[in-house]
Design a binder for this molecule. Sequence first.
Ligand code: NDP
Length: 252
Amino acid sequence: MFDLKEKVAVVTGGNGGIGLGMARGLAAAGARVVVAARDQAKSRAAVEELARLGPGAFALAVDVADESSVEALVRATVERCGRLDILVNNAGINIRKRPEEYTLAEWRQVLDTNLTSVFLCARAAYPVMKGGGGGKIINVGSMMSIFGASFVPAYGASKGGLVQLTKALAAAWARDNIQVNAVLPGWIDTALTRQARREIPGLEDSVLRRTPAGRWGLIDDLAGIAAFLASPASDFVTGTAIPVDGGYSIQG
Ligand code: NDP
């Protein structure tokens, strides 16, 4: 039910943080993983690690905010593997500032990287998945898909939009046997949140206080949900947004 043997998975931002945690889950379940990100030194290290877990991995350079780069990524994956079954849209950034301090360029950078990228990657993958008889798309949202905060005008807009885009894609492509779901991670210990903890006084403790599990998440906490949403076990699950947050979102 959870077997991903013979499957090919592209994970954007798979060279570190949550993307690497999800890639580990996919590799351990038998998928060949394409690590798609910008920093090739980081990607090489991730590929070495993933190759030890599963049937093999390789890296392709991509800027997810760039249409031609995304199309080249999908073309290169198909040339090398002959198929593309699983797409994890995980790459993302944040620029933490109050709305009145945001420049238009910063707004566009966050929206392009976090939201437009999901549209571009999914659109490029669609004909390949459809031609292969189906596929799985997993989009990485955030607690900011649900909640608001003064320092995330663009990030919150991108992650809220990502959930609605997930529903639109799920509705459009269900008849092609393509399931599209979002995962909403809680506070996970990664480079992104280490920076947030430096920038936002009291964040470390307020997350601990509010999370019923009583800890920050680890990247491996995202491995199981990735394997589930990529596998036949979730064939009738589509258009959902599933929190993986140690209970953070259930408390007022
Ligand atoms: P990291 O900063 O560790 O990882 C971000 C990843 O995105 C990197 O692998 C980076 O690789 C890649 N990336 C960024 N911009 C681009 C781009 N233009 N093109 C291709 N790849 C890009 O952060 P996290 O692991 O924490 O974040 C991963 C996702 O999870 C993001 O979407 C984030 O919003 C989300 N998230 C994180 C949470 C957390 O608590 N950590 C909570 C909720 C959601 P490279 O630099 O090599 O391109």
